[in-house]
Design a protein around this ligand. Sequence first.
Ligand SMILES: [Fe+2]
Length: 253
Amino acid sequence: MRYALISDIHANIPALEAVLRDIDARGDADAIHHLGDLVGYAPWPNEVVEMLRDRGIHGVAGNYDSTVATDYKHCGCRYEDPRQEELSHLSYAWTRAHVSPDTKGFLGTLPFRIDLRPAGGHVAGPTVTLLHGNQVLNTVYVTADRSNDFLSTMGNAVSARPGDVVAFGHTHKPWHRVVDGVHFVNTGSVGRPKDGDWRAGYVALSVQSGGVIVDFRRVEYDVERAADAILESPLPHEFASYLRSGGTSLAAV
Ligand SMILES: [Fe+2]
């Protein structure tokens, strides 16, 4: 099975459109799944949800999705200074005010975790587990500097065995590491990368009898369309330069 894994779209419809176009043009994905954070930070939350639903793309709940759906007091996002905190709250308030009842209801139905069985569940074979943060909370950041022990604990907690894949997003920075034979894959971000590369990111994951292949892909998209829409909206203007710079114009928001 060959999967396209898309995460952290964050209401950026031009980025999502470009990624889906790329996946369609390559024609090498048997299934597309998302890893959550469909909304927040950009002005197209309803359009992103509608496009995923139209395409039948299933996935898990990110922290932004579950907090919006449950009217939580904040988005579960990390901030490192008062300005970031302010921007985070502005984005969350705007998103909560602009998701349709239908979108909000849909976000509330997203599962926390999905287990895929590429060889079918009737025979022993690899499992691909999809999460947003980690296996306990969708707000936990599984960054590339996490220790092997941390990842080993994570793998054991989802009953992963050698040859399995544990995929997650949330940090907006893609990486891949094998610990105890288990592939840990951070799928990066479609609509809000933070690794200095403004292009939309996704992962092509191939799980065959010969093993696992992880291909990180980047796709150019109309970032100016996204930036202009942010500037024309009441969302913080800083979010436009954030997209253009691949997340380097502001620290982690
Ligand atoms: Fe996110």
